[in-house]
Design a protein around this ligand. Sequence first.
Ligand code: PLP
Length: 238
Amino acid sequence: MTEKLLDNINYNYHLIEERIAEAAAKVGKSREDITFLAATKTVDAEVINYAISLGLRYIGENKVQELLSKYDDYNLQNTSLQFIGHLQSNKVRQIVGKVDLIQSVDSVKLAKEISKQSAKNNICTDVLVEVNIGMEESKSGVLPENLHELLDEIKDFDNISVKGLMTIPPICDSKQKISNFFAKMNNIFIDISSKNIDNISMDILSMGMSADYYEAILSGANMVRIGSSLFGARNYNK
Ligand SMILES: *Cc1c(COP(=O)(O)O)cnc(C)c1O
C-alpha cells in the first residue's frame, strides 16, 4: 500500500463526491439522495478501509470467495457491505447474514434460497432485482418482459424484502445510447413504484459505474456503483 496509491484514492474520492453532488443538483436532488457504493473487487481490504476512513459508507463485492476472504478485515462499523455480482444459489448460505443487500436477484430459485437461508438465521435480507435492460444473452438479470412475473412470484417470500432494481447496461459507444438504457430502466422503476405492489418497495435504483455514473444520476439512479474511478484500474493477476 503506497502513499501514492492512497493519495490518488483520496483525490478520486473527493472528485467523485463533487460530481455526484453536481449531477444530483441538476435533477433537483441533493447529495444525500444518492448512494455512492464502491465496487471493491480485486481491492485489498486495507485499501478499502482507507476509503472508508475518508467517509465511504457502502461497499460491494461481486464474488463470494473474495468477499469471504476479506470479510474479517473490512472495517464495517459505519459501512454497509453489499453483494453486487452474479450469485449462484448454492453459495447463498455463505453470505446471508454478512451482507446488508443482495443486488443481483434474477430468478425465483435464487430469491427462494435467499429467503430460506435468511429464515435459518432469523433475519430478513434486503434484495434488488437485477434487470437485463439490454436483453443481452451473455448477461445475468431478468428480461424486462419477465420482471412483473418474477416480482409477483417472490413478493410473498417471508424472509426477503425487495427494495428496488439494479442494472448493468450494455457497453455503449456514446453517452446518448447509455442514457437511453438508463431512461428505460427509470421508466420501469417508476412504473413498478406506481403499482404499489404489497411487500415490494422501489426505494433503490442502482445503475451507473465509473464511466457513466453522472448520466445515470441524470436519468434517475439513486445508487451508483463505482470501482476503477475510485481505486484505479483493476489488477486481476495479483
Ligand atoms: C466492477 C463493478 C462495478 C464498477 O465498475 P467500474 O467500471 O470499475 O466502476 C459496478 N457494478 C458491478 C456489478 C461490478 O461488478
